[in-house]
Structure formats: C-alpha cells, structure tokens
Write a protein that binds this ligand. Structure first.
Ligand code: ZN
Length: 148
C-alpha cells in the first residue's frame, strides 16, 4: 500500500539567473503552501553540484560542474521534513559536447534559467523520517509491499 494523494493544481514558473535550485524551489513551496508535489523542470545551470550516494560509506560524494550545462531532465518531489517542505531532486545535465552527467542535486547548483512544473498534491501527510538502515531521511516504508 502506497500513500494515495491526488493532484490539486499545477504550478508552472521560472527561477532566474544565479538562483540556487534547492533554495529557489523551497521558497516556491513555502510561498504556495505546498506540502507534497511532483516536480519536473528543464533549463540550464551556471554551476552544478551532483551527488552520488556511496552505499558503503553512507555518504554523498560530490561532483562539481563549474561550466554552463543544459538541464536535460530534472525530476523529483516535495514532501515534509521536520514539518517544512523538503525538495528532493535528481538531474541529468549535458555539457557543450552533449555528454550527459547525472546525480542528486546538491546545494550550490545555480541556474542560468529553470522552467519548472509542480503538480501540487493533496491527501495524507507524506513526511520524511531518519532511516537507520540507509542513514537517509526517507518516507515510511509501504506496509505489505515492504519485503525486507
Ligand atoms: Zn536523491
């Protein structure tokens, strides 16, 4: 059993030059009273930091991209952590040669431009909790679907 929510409205908007992806989308969430959403975006970054979660060390390893990149796909979600909207985003970026790189979007990822679509959801609260197994803040496991 998964948490069932329904789409209440769709917000479309833009972040401007120099804005941090995570800070900007968190601000949009707070301003619009968003507690849960599905996120998609395209655009370009001026600089980016993408994380790879090391499953042995249980820590993120950062990859920095200091050159302009296209955002081919940015996808993620917004849910609650400690009662506030928390933005979780992964991105696939490409350089001027068209080579693609991807990962978990980290602080310090600043856009040249970003067009986002937020499907704002309504329904039961979806909140992140510390998970000792992964050392990540995750959603509760889904009852009968959790098979260890
Ligand atoms: Zn992630």
């Amino acid at each position: 059993m998964a948490t069932v929510l329904s789409v209440e409205r769709v917000l479309m908007g833009r972040l401007g030059p120099g804005e941090d992806v995570l800070e900007g989308l968190t601000a949009v969430s707070v301003e619009n009273g968003i507690r849960a959403a599905v996120l998609q975006a395209v655009g370009a970054t001026r600089e980016a930091v993408l994380g790879f979660y090391d499953q042995e060390d249980l820590a993120y390893r950062d990859h920095r991209f200091d050159a302009p990149m296209e955002i081919l796909s940015l996808t993620g979600n917004i849910s609650l952590k400690d009662g506030s909207p928390f933005v979780h985003v992964h991105a696939m970026l490409s350089d001027e040669q068209g080579r693609a790189f991807g990962g978990h979007v980290m602080p310090g990822t600043r856009v040249f431009a970003l067009e986002y679509s937020l499907q704002v959801l309504d329904g039961p609260e979806l909140a992140r909790e510390y998970d000792p197994e992964t050392h990540l803040f995750l959603w509760p496991r889904s009852g009968s679907a959790a098979l260890g």
